[in-house]
Ligand binder design. Structure first.
Ligand SMILES: NC(=O)c1ccc[n+]([C@@H]2O[C@H](COP(=O)([O-])OP(=O)(O)OC[C@H]3O[C@@H](n4cnc5c(N)ncnc54)[C@H](O)[C@@H]3O)[C@@H](O)[C@H]2O)c1
Length: 385
């Protein structure tokens, strides 16, 4: 089976690596020849490192690398059985690419997009054979992150969904199937991790260092929200927030914050620019957290309740199964526990009560408990038996 990857940037080269490691011939294309060269160089360097660290033998590495063929022209992909697109995040440009691909690929070639924020239906829309179109969403870095969200569009045929689920599972990935709604699972359910942390800061309940300390030491998360936003890049994180907010028809619960907007406007983009929520320049002192256990628990309880509410609401709207929602957050963003399992552990009633008291306190739609959580609390139910 030959796999085509269009776009040899951060994601494309990672996807090419995964497919070639799984034994496929991979054709890699980019409309910038320099970009394609850079991708091949970086893949070579990466396998050199794996060999140096004795994670792989030289022969195996060479065989995998030989399976990745850079191609100069898009129509060199004629013989591909699956083509995954990882080009610029722009609807018109992506639609144009798929129209072009459809002029020469075989009728049974599956076409897929790695988009994070566009709807799969809108990409499949202009296709002559939309049934073969599907979303395959990898996480960065694609070779290391186990999760892949598979997103059938309204138009996707059941056979294509089944074939893709099987193929990506065979590549050693954890596959979750999600509805074609904004943010799919991970980028939807994770919003409060950032949003509620910023809200707590904006209200003056705690400073950033204390919020990060609490989420790590008490919550068990690998990184605090502010550290993580600085790591991702505040421009990227803000764009995701804004896109999800708009795509949900301006549901107030996804509303971006001024704090987030201002750091972007001030070009404090995070680690990559030397400054974000924190100062990464040489000699800068890291702020010290308050280390107040009581406050720490208050912070964690509030953010985790909001995350659980989001996960429960995704289940309420049948975005994915409970298992897949939990897997997505543990395998896609390294959460210490699945959020629905966490709800069971804390007691659904307790989580509901926390949310209900925030809702009463603020009288804001942002804190409305999911109808599912309300029902489960009333009927004393659990997510898992
Ligand atoms: N970076 C992430 O964390 C991440 C995670 C998941 C999904 N995604 C999605 O993956 C896609 C790619 O993101 P990225 O971060 O790899 O971007 P990137 O900017 O690193 O790479 C994009 C590549 O596509 C090439 N390109 C642009 N237009 C093209 C065209 N018309 N034809 C062929 N090549 C073209 C560019 O030259 C570039 O090399 C986007 O849709 C993005 O939303 C990104």
């Amino acid at each position: 089976m030959t796999i085509g990857v269009v776009g040899a940037g951060t994601m494309g080269r990672g996807i090419a690596q995964v497919a070639a490691t799984a034994g496929h011939r991979v054709l890699l294309y980019d409309n910038q020849s320099a970009g394609l060269q850079a991708a091949m160089q970086s893949l070579n360097g990466l396998f050199d490192k794996l060999v140096a660290k004795e994670k792989m033998g030289r022969n195996d590495a060479d065989e995998i690398l030989q399976r990745i063929e850079p191609v100069d022209r898009l129509d060199d992909m004629e013989s591909c059985n699956l083509i995954i697109e990882a080009i610029v995040e722009n609807l018109g440009v992506k639609q144009q690419l798929f129209s072009q691909l459809e002029t020469f690929v075989n009728e049974d070639c599956i076409l897929a997009s790695n988009t994070s924020s566009l709807s799969i239906a809108s990409l499949a829309g202009p296709c002559d054979h939309p049934g073969r179109f599907i979303g395959i969403h990898f996480f960065n870095p694609a070779a290391l992150m186990p999760l892949v969200e598979v997103i059938p569009a309204l138009q996707t045929s059941p056979e294509v969904l089944e074939a893709v689920q099987k193929l990506i599972t065979d590549w050693g990935k954890v596959v979750v199937v999600t509805k074609d709604t904004p943010g799919f699972i991970v980028n939807r359910v994770a919003r409060p991790f950032y949003g509620e942390a910023i809200r707590i800061y904006e209200e003056g309940i705690a400073d950033m260092a204390t919020i990060d300390w609490a989420m790590k030491t008490i919550g068990g998360f690998r990184m605090g929200p502010f550290e993580l936003m600085d790591y991702i890049g505040n421009d990227i994180n803000y764009t995701v927030t804004e896109t999800v907010y708009e795509a949900f028809f301006y549901d107030p619960r996804y509303r971006p914050s001024f704090t987030q907007k201002r750091v972007v406007e001030a070009r404090r983009l995070g680690r990559k620019s030397g400054m974000g929520y924190y100062d990464y320049r040489e000699g800068a002192a890291a702020p010290t957290p308050t280390l107040d256990e009581g406050l720490g628990h208050q912070i964690v309880n509030r953010i985790v309740a909001m995350l659980i509410n989001e996960a429960a609401d995704a289940l309420f709207w049948n975005i994915a199964s409970a298992r897949d929602i939990d897997l997505a957050m543990t395998k896609g963003v390294n959460y210490p526990k699945g959020l629905l399992a966490w709800a069971d552990e804390l007691g659904v009633q307790n989580v509901f009560n926390r949310l209900e008291s925030l809702y009463q306190e603020y009288a804001e739609d942002r804190y409305r408990p999911s109808p599912l959580l309300r029902r489960m609390a009333r009927e004393n139910q659990r997510f898992y038996s």
